[in-house]
Design a protein around this ligand. Sequence first.
Ligand SMILES: *Cc1c(COP(=O)(O)O)cnc(C)c1O
Length: 222
Amino acid sequence: MSVSQNIRQIKASLPKEVTLVAVSKFHPIEAIDEAYKAGQRVFGESRAQELVMKEKLLRYADIEWHFIGTLQTNKVKEIAPFIHTIQSIDSLKLLREVEKQAKKNNRKIRVLLEIHVAEEDTKHGFNPDECRLMLDENLGEFENVVFSGVMGMATFTDDESKIRKEFKELHSLFTEFKEKYFADNSEFKTISMGMSHDYHIAVEEGSTMVRIGTDIFGEREY
Ligand SMILES: *Cc1c(COP(=O)(O)O)cnc(C)c1O
């Protein structure tokens, strides 16, 4: 099936309040263009250099670019002029750099706190306690960073109950943070969870944003 057919089919299967992020990393401009022409506006990329190049070539004013990969602090300045949301915030150091660059560019940058809920050590993100501590001690520092929710990845496994348990954990952390730190922040509303192989489970567990690459664009060629 084509990119546009895939998008229509996935959109039709999602509750209307769930946002679809089309993960276009490693896929060419032409594929993004096709998705755009099918009405898709939110795209996810995981490498700063690739994103900067694509943003230059695809000058659609209404694309929302989301950064979803490991972000080195020294790369923040390259994406700060245009990035809509950085979903992969996993340290105070990175947050401070986003604050600095957002200010320099005289804009607000939305962020999601990436939380480590999976079993694998290889997955990035704050440990829940580390994140609580950071919010307790440092939340007051930020003016140009807009805290918009949480992001996480489940363990890569066929064990559905395990995936479900991890998504439940992320959802409950979202609820805790919302009540404790962001009750007055109407922007803090996103639970970004679910990829091609597990988004159906994520949606059942309360996801408000799914990040789908392979099911839209096919396998990536690294
Ligand atoms: C690559 C990636 C995705 C998309 O994965 P698919 O399995 O291709 O849908 C989603 N989230 C993150 C953080 C990713 O790095």
